[in-house]
Design a protein around this ligand. Structure first.
Ligand SMILES: Cc1cc2nc3c(=O)[nH]c(=O)nc-3n(C[C@H](O)[C@H](O)[C@H](O)COP(=O)(O)OP(=O)(O)OC[C@H]3O[C@@H](n4cnc5c(N)ncnc54)[C@H](O)[C@@H]3O)c2cc1C
Length: 465
């Protein structure tokens, strides 16, 4: 399907979120060598939260943040704006090493991290259009409904109570958001809508106010114990923390660590009151579904729908198209889904499309780690759930660097070792077959299959999802 584009349509250029507040002019690069206590590579949420908590805990620390483009250039300035309590990874896999109780603690820590972000945003005067309206997950076929029930049963096993997540009747769903073709839904209060670029910009300002220098236009070309090397100078530091998530594969030595998977978004023109009267969505809930080619959506503060999903494919050799240009077929596919969810939107147009990369480890579970012997540390591999997880990561990296043993450093994602992805062409073949199989599986399920298609199970087996 071809999507109707507005006359002001923009493709890429980082994201709509930045277009609405202005793409920043990058600040000055590192120019010469520097001594620091902690060097942080990457100024997205992970790097900035880490700098924030470290500097708050120990104001005398000399912290240098090194950023290739500008603070918030990566996924942190492009995401769907779901400040969600969902775990970044499979509870079963975390439980294998640390047991079920530790996973339940991790889950509670995720819920608490949502409120921590909201609290710090308020304390630092960051207006990021935050509304904690919860998350609605809808099923639009019998197979999706079966998965929704399975997923709810699994959540119960991992400690989600009736207060944490519950089934909605279709009437209750309709009173919140009228989604065409929805046959089942759940709602959890553990999610807040944010404007991603406003949050990351505000966080960068807060970090600078604390006295942390963020060097922009400063690509790190080598990370080694005690040093981060850039074209115009080397930072020597006791701790060097890699906070580059989806971009990690471009750093020498880390090519097969986390696969850079693309996620793509479109945003509509502002929708008039009569359309909102038809759709509802007064509670600003985040909206997702149970398709294999899943979607994620928000009603923006300025009355549009921002709608994202899998789309633009993984690029051979873990390449990254950094400014987020999105192919026409991806825009068309997202538009087709959006108008299937909300037929009333079909007479409007797309104002902006963009893409970004998120980091996917081989076992699809995130990690946070500091090796006190080498001083090297990292956090990431959030598989598309990094908005909240990066806050937990920042606080955990802070404790690990300061050598504190806390509740956070005992959580089961700390210090996990994950094997590398296969070399090419296997990586490319694996991800592309996953996409193809998921698409076929969704089509079969929409055509009436009452259970999860075996094709999706094969896709999960291939990629370890
Ligand atoms: C389209 C999209 C939608 C998403 N939606 C959601 C969502 O709704 N909810 C959710 O929880 N998660 C979502 N995610 C994932 C989430 O945005 C990320 O997990 C999170 O922002 C990661 O933050 P980060 O700081 O670790 O990485 P990033 O924000 O990607 O920051 C990494 C930074 O490192 C810099 N960098 C890279 N290489 C170098 C280098 N060599 N030297 C110096 N600097 C370097 C980059 O320029 C970048 O600024 C989405 C992601 C995308 C792409």
């Amino acid at each position: 399907m071809t999507a109707p584009l507005s006359p002001d349509f923009v493709n890429g250029e980082v994201s709509f979120w930045y277009r609405s507040i202005g793409v920043p002019e990058p600040g000055g690069p590192l120019d010469g060598n520097l001594e620091a206590d902690v060097a942080i590579v990457g100024a997205g949420y992970t790097g900035l939260w880490t700098a924030y908590y470290l500097k708050k805990a120990q104001p005398s620390l000399r912290i240098a943040v090194l950023e290739k483009e500008f603070a918030g250039f990566g996924a942190s300035g492009r995401n769907g704006g779901w400040l969600t309590g969902a775990l970044a990874g499979s509870p079963e896999r975390y439980a294998k090493t640390h047991g079920a109780d530790a996973v339940r603690r991790l889950q509670r820590a995720m819920f608490a991290a949502i409120d921590e972000v909201i609290k710090v945003a308020a304390a630092e005067g960051i207006d990021a259009d935050i509304v904690k309206g919860g998350e609605l997950t809808v099923a639009r076929s019998a197979a999706q409904a079966a998965r929704l029930h399975e997923s709810l049963a699994a959540q119960r096993r991992w400690g989600w109570t009736e207060e944490d997540v519950r089934l909605l009747s279709t009437g209750e769903l309709d009173s919140r958001i009228r989604v065409n073709g929805a046959v089942a839904a759940t709602w959890t209060p553990h999610c807040a809508r944010i404007q991603p670029a406003k949050l990351v910009r505000g966080l960068a300002e807060a970090v600078r106010r604390l006295g942390v220098e963020i060097y922009e236009r400063t690509p790190v070309t080598e990370i080694a114990p005690g040093r981060a090397v850039t074209p115009r100078g080397t930072v020597r530091a006791g701790y060097v923390l890699r906070c580059t998530e989806g971009f990690t594969a471009r750093i020498p030595g880390y090519r097969r660590a986390w696969l850079p998977l693309n996620s793509s978004m479109i945003v509509t023109e502002p929708l008039p009151d009569d359309v909102w009267a038809e759709i509802g969505w007064d509670g600003q809930e985040l909206l997702g579904d149970m398709a294999h080619y899943y979607i994620y959506a928000q009603r923006t503060a300025d009355g549009r729908i921002a709608f994202g999903g899998r789309g633009k494919p993984y690029l051979y050799g873990s390449r990254i198209d950094a400014r987020g240009h999105t192919p026409a077929w991806t825009i068309g596919a997202l538009w087709e889904l959006l108008t299937a969810f909300f037929p009333a939107v079909a007479r409007f147009r797309v104002d902006h499309a963009w893409s970004g990369v998120l980091g996917v480890p081989r076992d699809w579970c995130s990690t946070v780690h500091v090796d006190r012997a080498t001083g090297l540390g990292w956090a990431g591999g959030y598989t598309g759930h990094g908005v909240t997880t990066s806050n937990l990561a920042g606080r955990t990296l802070c404790d690990l660097v300061l050598g504190r043993e806390t509740e956070l450093t005992g959580l089961p994602w700390v210090g996990r070792r994950v094997r590398a992805w296969e070399p090419e062409p296997l990586r490319w073949l694996g991800v592309h077959s996953m996409y193809r199989l998921y698409r076929l599986a969704d089509a079969r399920e929409s055509a009436g299959l009452a259970r999860t298609s075996v094709l999706a199970k094969i896709a999960d087996l291939i990629t370890g999802h």
